[in-house]
Design a protein around this ligand. Structure first.
Ligand code: FPP
Length: 258
């Protein structure tokens, strides 16, 4: 008989942290990726290097979501207000995005990730719009995770665009005023088809939602970490998920019997 191998107490096998995380997972995680500029400053680098380093954090977060089995991830990558940043920074971000769209397509397909974009896409350079269309089309059948990038995105403009679409339907007679409900709004948002986010993570310690998913975040649990986005790694994501799992979600109700 083979003697059992004694447990190595000095070097215990590290348990896969994902093992304990399989219950009560958020279905949809949204992230405000903040702190790239401060990270670059702390490293005595130009601001743009913070954005470049932030791409690796996106990859790590996607891996974490895929391993945990979280089916929806939405990342705030470029707000409508970000167009007002210095011209050089905007050009760099567009170049980085363009490279990212090329580099990631293979990885998205390899990992069964569907890609989509929300925001005023028509504001983006034509070359980027084409690459977005290509990536959306070529990942449409992927089932494990939906990655949504918010680009040229503003929560208020999303509502403006929804109101315009609804008003047009009233005008052309395909919708009646009395039939407008919450579902009507939802069906006319950029996020149609996505569940509302269960969990919002914001990096770099800022306590704001910055015009992100204003309608959709009515009951989203919010988590703020001081970690700057370029330092954000899988373990930080897991820490956040563990904090989510301790939350009691009441959606405006109490937990007392009626
Ligand atoms: C906020 O940090 C971050 C952004 C405005 C851009 C986010 C972009 C990335 C994470 C990388 C590029 C993304 C893709 C998809 C290629 P900040 O610049 O406001 O930081 P600060 O508040 O410290 O100045």
């Amino acid at each position: 008989m083979i003697a059992p191998i004694p447990a190595d107490t000095k070097h215990p096998v590290k348990k896969n942290p994902a093992e304990n995380l399989s219950t009560n997972l958020p279905q949809h995680v949204a992230i405000i990726m903040d702190g790239n500029g401060r990270w670059a400053k702390s490293q005595h680098l130009p601001r743009i290097e913070g954005h470049r380093a932030g791409v690796e954090s996106i990859r790590d977060t996607l891996r974490a979501c895929n391993e945990l089995g979280i089916p929806y991830l939405t990342l705030y990558a470029f707000s409508n207000e970000n167009w007002q940043r210095p011209k050089d920074e905007v050009s760099f971000l567009m170049r980085l995005l363009s490279e990212y769209l090329d580099q990631e397509l293979k990885e998205l397909n390899k990992n069964n990730i569907r890609f989509q974009v929300i925001g005023r896409k028509d504001m983006l350079p034509a070359e980027i719009q084409k690459k977005i269309e290509r990536n959306v089309k070529e990942t449409v059948g992927n089932k494990k995770l939906v990655l949504t990038l918010a680009l040229s995105y503003s929560g208020r403009l999303e509502l403006v665009d929804a109101v315009r679409k609804i008003a047009q339907k009233i005008k052309d007679g395909s919708l009646e005023l009395k039939d407008i409900t919450e579902s009507t709004i939802e069906e006319n948002l950029y996020t149609v088809g996505l569940p509302d986010p269960d969990f919002l993570i914001r990096t770099s310690g800022e306590m704001r939602i910055s015009n992100f998913l204003l309608w959709q975040m009515s009951y989203t649990e919010i988590y703020v970490t001081d970690v700057l986005w370029p330092d954000f790694r899988k373990q930080h994501f897991i820490d956040a998920i563990e904090a989510y799992q301790k939350r009691e979600r009441r959606f405006g109700r109490t937990n007392l019997p009626q």
